[in-house]
Design a protein around this ligand. Structure first.
Ligand SMILES: [Zn+2]
Length: 372
């Protein structure tokens, strides 16, 4: 039996969503529920549990069950003989970037790793996600659809690696490259030049697949949040990526469009480098604690280099443009005194401590780990 998750947003302008988790076949007196402590893509401990309220457990007669908290993101329920459990809580979705959750009266945008729980011994079970959304909302996600508002994931790993946007204003276009179906879904105010975007995305996608020999999955979607303010952020997943860029009025201007194509190529390369080819310490991901690795310079550094280099090889960047980008990265490295303090390998390990804080990067870390 699959684990069923339900999500609704009865008052979207409050930024809260209501979440339910339905579990059957319970055969123990205690069941533990874990919220992830971090998300793949950002290698530091997060604090997702702070956004959660009104956590309650019920049996299938809707009777409240006793529970106790084990630690900040771990709950233990006394089942009292119930073989079905329903967990209900609310989650605050008010961070609009490429890796978090945002809900308002225009869209529901969720990175499930923030807000969905798992039962450790049942983490491999299939997951069903039911969304309670208005009928004019369209869903953009890499998850398999089963009906209008139902999504399927083969296990918790796939569920939390699959962000989604539901909105009435999504703009979606598709293209094919190397026998893979690609889609681009843009949310937010902008006037995309689709002809140019589709041609450029197809060119770098084909070049990446040609160089790597094949693509790890059959479908892939670029989820693009276009924001009114200046913004640049990207987060990789196996079958998708989220890019957050702004301001939307400048999306097709040279500077922002160069960033758009650059971050898109970078994140696509991650489909191999970190999602498929991954440090053994992260196989499988342990969502409860730090997953240390000294290989950040491989999964980020190599991706950064190839993301841009392939854009040049695909004629999306000119050679001059590529060397400008490369020069910016080299200059940043040479200007950073952190390179005299520790190796890039040790710096990779320490991202869990302070790898994403610019002030610390200046002095301590040799590699800048701005998250892309
Ligand atoms: Zn990256």
């Amino acid at each position: 039996m699959a684990i069923l998750y339900k999500l609704s947003a009865s008052n979207p302008i409050s930024h809260f969503v209501e979440i339910e988790m339905h579990i059957t076949n319970i055969d123990s007196s205690e069941v533990t529920f874990q919220l992830p402590s971090w998300r793949p893509g950002r290698y530091e401990i997060a604090n997702f549990a702070r956004n959660l309220r009104k956590w309650k457990a019920y049996n299938n007669k809707n009777e409240v069950l006793a529970f106790r908290k084990i630690n900040k993101d771990n709950w233990s329920v006394s089942t009292d003989g119930a073989n079905e459990l329903i967990i209900k809580y609310e989650y605050y979705c008010a961070q609009l970037d490429a890796g978090a959750c945002w809900v308002d009266d225009e869209q529901i945008y969720i990175n499930p790793v923030h807000c969905f729980m798992f039962i450790p011994e049942r983490i491999h079970e299939e997951c069903v996600l039911e969304l309670s959304i208005p009928s004019n909302y369209r869903i953009a996600s890499s998850l398999q659809k089963s009906g209008e508002k139902r999504l399927l994931a083969e296990d918790f790993d796939e569920l939390v690696d699959s962000p989604f946007i539901a909105s009435p204003t999504l703009q979606v276009k598709s293209y094919e490259a190397g026998e893979v179906n690609f889609s681009i879904a843009i949310q937010g105010d902008s006037q995309p030049d689709w002809l140019r975007i589709l041609a450029d995305f197809k060119a770098f996608s084909e070049k990446q697949i040609e160089i790597m020999g094949s693509f790890p999955v059959e479908d892939y979607i670029f989820l693009v949040q276009v924001l009114p303010n200046r913004f640049y952020h990207g987060v990789e997943h196996l079958r998708s990526t989220v890019l957050a860029l702004g301001p939307g009025s400048q999306l097709m201007n040279d500077a922002l469009y160069t960033d758009f194509i650059g971050v898109a190529s970078h994140e696509l390369f991650h489909a191999w480098n970190i999602k498929t080819i991954r440090p053994i310490e992260m196989m499988p991901y342990d969502y409860t604690k730090e997953n240390y690795s000294q290989l950040g310079y491989v999964y980020e550094g190599v991706t950064t280099y190839y993301g841009d280099q392939i854009l040049a090889r695909a004629d999306v960047y000119s050679i001059d443009q590529f060397f400008v980008e490369l020069n910016i990265r080299l200059q940043k490295h040479f200007d950073n005194p952190g390179r005299f303090n520790m190796s890039v390998a040790d710096s990779s390990f320490d991202t869990w401590l302070d790898g994403y804080v610019p002030e610390c990067l200046e002095e301590k870390h040799p590699s800048t780990t701005k998250e892309v």
